[in-house]
Design a protein around this ligand. Structure first.
Ligand SMILES: Nc1ncnc2c1ncn2[C@@H]1O[C@H](COP(=O)(O)OP(=O)(O)OP(=O)(O)O)[C@@H](O)[C@H]1O
Ligand SMILES: [Mg+2]
Length: 258
């Protein structure tokens, strides 16, 4: 059997395309991804890179394609990725199914949080740990989420909105995780709860977790982030540092209405 040929082919697929430059420093990259809901063309050639441990704010007006981009990265069925490449630590995410992307460490916390009804906080967390791979142990999670520790026996769906968001993030950490995708984590939460979630995200950053945060509250997302990408009708309108966006009133006004 052509083991060598297969091997060669494998190597060829895993090597970044020539001419793009050395991307080996990049932990994660999106290269010209195009994704569709049926015939509806939504993600129209998005590219960006993230280094390990960075937080990237993915911003843009309603309908700009932020959720669709996160869903594409997590390899959910919709929207469908038709072309482009997604790489995490040299592994081709574009060739993976959703469960494989999850095993590769990509964890999406969707806007609706998906807390499982009838399970306590702790059961929600231990269920996540059943998944293959090594996530955080309960003690470690409770250290960073003291509110969840206090409520470990409480039914997850009876938590406040902020606590449910914390549980959703904690559940992602309980799984094998490298890249955390947060879709509007601050939605509907009081400023004091937003600050608490920000504190948690600050705490996990030095632990080697890379995060993409989508937020309508762009200022809050930017003050947490190293870098920012602004989408406009499915395309990248700006990519740079979070500071640049905070300092550029024109840019904020044009694409973020702030
Ligand atoms: N399941 C779907 N089928 C068809 N079109 C969809 C579907 N989901 C989203 N879209 C369309 O894709 C475009 C991008 O939507 P997406 O949800 O990615 O935007 P968004 O930037 O997350 O917006 P918001 O800030 O409102 O959450 C929108 O025009 C939306 O109507
Ligand atoms: Mg959205």
């Amino acid at each position: 059997m052509g083991a060598i040929t297969m091997d060669n082919q494998f190597v060829a697929e895993e090597t970044p395309a020539a001419g793009i430059g050395d991307r080996s420093a990049e932990f994660f990259s999106l290269r010209d991804i195009h994704a569709y809901y049926g015939e509806s063309y939504i993600v129209q050639g998005v590219s960006f890179d993230i280094r390990k441990g960075e937080i990237l704010a993915l911003l843009g007006r309603n309908g700009a394609g932020k959720t669709s981009t996160l869903r594409t990265i997590a390899r959910l069925d919709n929207p469908m990725l038709r072309s482009g490449e997604i790489w995490i630590e040299g592994k081709p995410v574009h060739a993976m199914k959703a469960y494989e992307a999850a095993r590769a460490g990509i964890q999406l916390v969707p806007e609706d949080r998906r807390i499982i009804q009838g399970l306590t906080v702790e059961e929600n967390l231990t269920l996540a740990q059943v998944a293959p791979g090594q996530g955080w142990a309960l003690e470690r999670i409770y250290e960073h989420f003291p509110r969840l520790a206090e409520r470990r026996r409480q039914d997850g769906v009876t938590l406040s909105g902020g606590e449910q968001q914390m549980l959703a993030i904690a559940r992602a950490l309980a799984r094998e995780i490298k890249l955390l995708l947060l879709d509007e984590p601050y939605e509907g939460l009081a400023p004091v709860i937003v600050e608490e979630i920000e504190r948690i995200l600050h705490e996990i950053k030095p632990l080697g977790i890379t995060t993409i945060i989508v937020e309508q509250n762009a200022i809050a997302a930017l003050r947490l982030s190293d870098r920012a990408v602004i989408l406009d009708t499915g395309e990248v309108a700006f990519a740079g540092t979070a500071r640049e966006v905070l300092d550029n009133a024109e840019l904020r006004h044009e694409y973020l209405a702030i």
